[in-house]
Design a binder for this molecule. Sequence first.
Ligand code: SF4
Ligand code: SF4
Length: 455
Amino acid sequence: MAKSLVPEKIDNENLPPNTVKTLVPQVKVERVIKPAPPRYRNELAKYIIRRSADCIMCGKCVEVCPQGVHIMKEGYKYFAAPHQHTCIGPACQKTDHYCVDLCPQKALRMVENPMMKLLGDYRWPADLILATWKMAETGELPSPDYGYDYECGASEGGFDRLRFKFPEKPPVELREDEIDTSLELNRRNDGRPQIKLDVPWYGGGMSFGSVSNVTQLSKARAATAFNTFTCTGEGGYMERMQPYDDHTITQVATGLFGVREETIQRVRIVEFKYAQGAKPGLGGHLLADKVTPAVARMRETVLGISLFSPFPFHSVYSIEDHKKHMDWIKHINRRTLVSAKVSTPIDVDMVAVGSYSAGAHIVHLDGGYGGTGAAPDIAKKNIAMPIEYAIIKVHDFLVREGVRDKITLIASGGIRNAHDIAKAIALGADGVVVGTGELVALGCVRCSRCESGRG
Ligand code: SF4
Ligand code: SF4
């Protein structure tokens, strides 16, 4: 590693002139919601309208449908591919423009798209995926007309069983400007800067290699717009990320791929990844196919050779070792906060208190529902404790140890939407990390072939 450029004493308000930080051009990303084009040329529809051979091309359905589903080419007298995804489905039956009833030939019928049964899984059913796509495109909740059930998955456990019971009339009427969703991350009062997010979530760690640089960059732009953070995952981050340094968490993981003093100095939060909830005890594995020239250069490895990150950190076997790790980062970057990302073994409460003792500002619990297709199913389904249990266990233990107010408790591993975020906070977390949800918003279909790079 290169010699550190950081002097011994740093005033947090006036950063030293010789840190890399001062060279970073900061960008201002406006927080405007702009509708984005659909990610697929043929968008998936929950309901589809089938037309039989009895159709006489009278054009009535084109005329009555306010959603523009039926498209008849003027003058040609034939139907173009319908815009099925704009059909509002059974909600239309109660209206006076229901094409199925109005067709004089009874040539139309509405069916649920058989694709809905193939898409997704119990934790991410098709409804939740389609609703996430719609929300990502519009910045709004999907219209209830579409009939998506996007509050829960279909696993019948954990977050999918927990429900909020909203009173018919709220006991206190709050104006929007009275609602505060911000989250302060430094509770140690240790002279390091306070970092305040506008929202109680930040983006999950996804390495350059496991995802493309375009994906990393779009995550960073979104994090900047929301005044929150994105995490680079293991493997370093490219120069194009530099304008977003103030909203970037860089990860130090067991393989130390891409870890350099310069990248640690650039950011405001450094995350030690001790384990992942999807595969505790297994470390990381980037398949050879994904070690492209750019990835190999970033990780200082060999093109086309699989990369393994061991488990655990071979330099950490005690709280004292853990503290040395934290001290190392804090010495290299005098203004950074340090997060410890751990999985959820049975003694996760002890691990959390140990992380506080070692000097962490954030303890990040990663439960067993997260992870991509790259994590083996046997690990995802059988090792880590579900995050709903881990949050309560850790919160209670931190309270009993008298340090709950001195550390920020972040939860991840199966947080899919705003409802899950609220449930995690209600159980005792301060905030959450969203990983898979970001990928679904970008177009992930949950095919679980992420490791192949051919999903
Ligand atoms: S209303 Fe019925 S008959 Fe007329 S164009 Fe549409 S499907 Fe065909
Ligand atoms: S059911 Fe309603 S929304 Fe769907 S195609 Fe017919 S008229 Fe349009």
